[in-house]
Design a protein around this ligand. Sequence first.
Ligand code: NOJ
Length: 753
Amino acid sequence: MKKIVIFLLAACITTACREVSSQRTEMDGFLDSLMGRMTLEEKIGQLNLLTMGFDVTGPRISKGVEQKIRDGHVGGVFNLWTPNAVRKLQDTVLTQTRLKIPLLIGYDVIHGHRTIFPIPLAQAATWDIGLIERIATVVADEASADGLHWTFSPMVDLVRDPRWGRVSDTAGEDSFLGSEIAKAMVRGYEQGDLSNESTIMSCVKHFALYGAAEGGRDYNTVDMSRLRMYNDYLPPYKAAIEAGASSIMTSFNEVDGIPATGNRWLLTDLLREQWKFEGFVVADYTSVSEMENHGMGDKAAVTERAINAGLDMDMVSEYFTDELPALVKSGKVKEETVNAACRRILEAKYKLGLFDNPYRGITGDAGTRVSSAEKFELNREAALKSIVLLKNDGRTLPLDDSKRIAFVGPLVKNRRTLLGSSAAAADWRETETLWEALCSRRSGGRFTYAQGCHLVEDSLIRRMTDQQNGNVLDDRCGATLIREAVEVAERSDVVVAVLGEAYDMSGEAAGRSDIGLLSNQKALLRALEATGKPIVLVLMNGRPLTLQWEDDHIEAIVETWLPGACGGSAIVDILFGEVNPSGKITMTFPRNVGQIPIYYNYKNTGRPYSDNSKFTVKHIDVENSPLYPFGHGLSYTQFAYSPVRLSDTVMTVDRPVEATVTVSNVGLRSGEETVQFYIRDLVGSVTRPVKELKGFRRIKLEAGESEDVTFTVTPDMLKFYNSDLEWVFERGDFLLFAGGSSATDNVARFTLE
Ligand code: NOJ
């Protein structure tokens, strides 16, 4: 029987291989013949990506795009969607260009296209990889039905600085978790088969190290050792590529002194030669022309550098179309280099099925394959699982709606913020606010409302937000708003203060030097606290905030992020205990800005922190731990962990060790917990972090129920890059920690022999 199964399996694999190789031959034949008919200018045209004019993220926009398309000078466009718009453009190609090569249509579909899901940092807080993959599948389905072929996602940049606004679009600070999420998103978008018209091509970004911009200022310089790069920052890009990502975007920053967009080591030696990446590489917005500002030479010099480094497609700069013809003529760029880049882009178009159907995804029945009810349920599940209960003293939560509850704050009735900065094609006006959800879901409640303060300080309001986008400027002065809120609070039993960031205070170009609540919001919170009423602080924001005062003075704090279109109802259900919170933060919350960078997997150093010794790694003016550590998140029930049990204290190369921990729900209601496993390598040929996440599992336990959670530790999990950048494990002693956050000290020791 076993033999028959093996035989059948082998036969299937052989047939599948044959099919793949015959598809490859067919594609090669088609592309050879097409490229044989292309002029050099037409090939260069394929390397040109232009924006259709809105959602501008740089210093210039593309002009005269339709004429350039007709002239065969454009390979793809972005910032355009809808069946009609896409159909019109492809029609132009089919009727008015010589070779009729369909355009590639891209867009920043980051956490939803028309249906907006929680921001990526919030999705990561679910620690639910299957859920994140399902979201990407649904997003692909919606986007492809709207004529899109390509999303500039996943953004897999590792981050350790919450001042950087783009942390909202990432999975947070951990390389392992970030890699799992990166793979899930690529699988969800591409499903291993781009010819399926409900998929979209993914684009891993921003290669590389974009998340390490100095000081958290977007677009800033990066400088990093190879060891840190290989061990911490590069793995999520590599994981996404191994999961089958078909394209990758360069980053704005330099890597080892050379801008990523023109960095041959990065784009060719590492990406193509070591990692065997076969897709194509696109520049970020005008990052080719920006190399002039970096000081890499004039227009011709930076163009030559970019293409020779391994860049295939130029986004918006139009330096490739302007400069490459002469550079090829002069021999500075080989024609084969242009051919190779062009071929990679045409291959992507071929795999997407665009040569068979330039209207891919938008033909047939209008609309998407996933019902809106299904999307709603998925979105709601994501929002519910992403909300993190940071603090809950005296069981202030869940709320009891027989009490009089005051909802105070500029975000109670705000629509736009719920969706976050990249809201793609969504109409935010259709989003239900927290207040609307409250009134419809808890209709018997005795709720009052006061705005309390402006969303942002007056000095920022015009710079940061605009009224058309829902950040309504209320012309009453701050003192009046606070007075009104205090009156409302005094007539209530509990106050829910809904505060945080405007939607555009995180995301691209939204670095902040101070990541506390804005001073006007803080003034409101202090005034509410002075009433002596119990206070629940509900936060909507796109990054970790510094919340030391809030933690010291406020009874309960709930982090809801920018929770997407179902955010209002999800927050209501968490606050009233219809659903038990289960999210866990994936980025450390510092006590103050001076602690940054602060992350859980730091190095021990020669003078590890100690309370008792002055001469150790520390700040003298703040408690040295983070306010909330990576992996932290509470529940309305409590979970108890048994000590870690190991199957053996000795591991060999071919005998892994099993670690088991019994998790018990010792509270009064059912709840979900993410059990986390960390490892510390005690002695290494290079210094090793004090802890590294190696595995996790989300479990559900009824009140009084226990479960054994087992985690198999293999020697492969102990590997790291040594100082020769070899991926190795080293024999010796290790610690294994298990618990509900990275702060766990539940530990067992084993030896790899
Ligand atoms: C610049 C951003 O850095 C990148 O993430 C985005 O995909 C492009 N603009 C295109 O909008």
